[in-house]
Design a protein around this ligand. Structure first.
Ligand code: PMP
Length: 293
């Protein structure tokens, strides 16, 4: 069945949802996006995603012509039009239609579109048994280049890492920053558990401030775990008791082997399982309702 897509103020059928080849999102990766989830008739952490989008837009000097409330309504209405209560939502804002030059001033109006569909990033078997990953040579962008805190449309840095990881026989990569500290996976944040502490790299290490990351940190604190944002190296992962990734699409997924080193027991750890369960519970109650009935 054909999806209904929001595009620049209108809802159109998927076949008619087209943008120009002169759009700077396509020509230069000039734009930003959000990946958002709906669970149990609610849009999970909607305010957090919208805040991140508007902060990023402000940073890259992109003028959003919808208010935050209007943008939230676009998401809710896209879900309603597609009769979706559980979905993955992709909200994309590009610099818009321009000429062949780089100058964003030549793009009078941002392009905004929203897609709501189903997603299954990893098969259930990987959630049950854990992921095997490798670190790769491609380093995460530095904060002074394309800041990893922007959820920018230019994902080539991450895609290069993904290609490398596939060449080494794994489906996900851990990226280091230019100093050699652990940054994040290609589309997910990374956590380790060591001596009762939950540790994740600070945002200045060159990572996206993930909405799932922040939610999991809060859940861990509620469980009485000490939560630390600290730089760490590959060695710290190898000697961790547990390791997992977080992201809107991946949710919480255990990592059981990194660069050939078995992490902990080589099976998803108990704390990872508990945090996954807490996360699932949170998705039942967080965020605005889609359908009021
Ligand atoms: N890091 C990167 C590079 C990402 O693309 C994402 C989103 N897929 C994340 C981390 C996780 O962020 P969030 O929890 O907000 O989805």
């Amino acid at each position: 069945m054909s999806l209904t897509i929001y595009l620049n103020g209108q809802f159109v059928k998927e076949e008619e949802a087209k943008i120009s080849v002169f759009d700077h999102g396509l020509l230069y990766g000039d734009g930003i996006f959000e990946g958002i989830r709906a669970y149990h008739n609610r849009v999970f952490k909607l305010d957090e995603h919208i805040d991140r989008l508007y902060e990023n837009a402000n940073s890259i000097m992109l003028d959003l012509w919808l208010s935050k409330d209007e943008m939230k309504e676009v998401i809710l209405e896209t879900l309603r039009k597609n009769n979706l209560r559980d979905a993955y939502i992709r909200l994309v804002v590009t610099r818009g239609y321009g000429d062949l030059g780089l100058d964003p001033a030549k793009c009078p109006k941002a392009t905004i579109f929203c897609i709501a569909a189903k997603i299954q990033l990893y098969p259930q078997e990987l959630y049950d048994n854990g992921l095997v990953v490798n670190t790769v040579a491609t380093r995460r962008n530095t904060n002074e280049s394309t800041n990893p805190r922007f959820k920018s449309l230019n994902y080539l840095n991450n895609i290069m890492a993904k290609i490398e990881s596939k060449l080494t026989g794994t489906i996900e990569a851990i990226m280091l920053n230019n100093e050699g500290y652990v940054a994040e996976a290609t589309g997910d944040n990374i956590f380790i558990i060591k001596k009762g502490q939950l540790i994740t790299p600070p945002t200045y290490a060159g990572v996206l401030e993930g909405v799932t990351r922040n939610a999991v940190m809060e859940l861990a604190a509620k469980r009485g775990l000490e939560v630390k944002e600290t730089l760490f190296s590959r060695h710290d992962i190898y000697s961790a008791e547990e390791c997992f990734l977080t992201g809107t699409a991946a949710e919480v997924i255990s990592v059981i082997k990194v660069d050939g080193r078995v992490i902990g027991s080589g099976k998803p750890g108990e704390m990872t399982k508990s945090l996954t369960a807490d996360f699932r519970e949170l998705t039942k109650v967080d965020g605005p309702l889609i359908f009021k009935d």
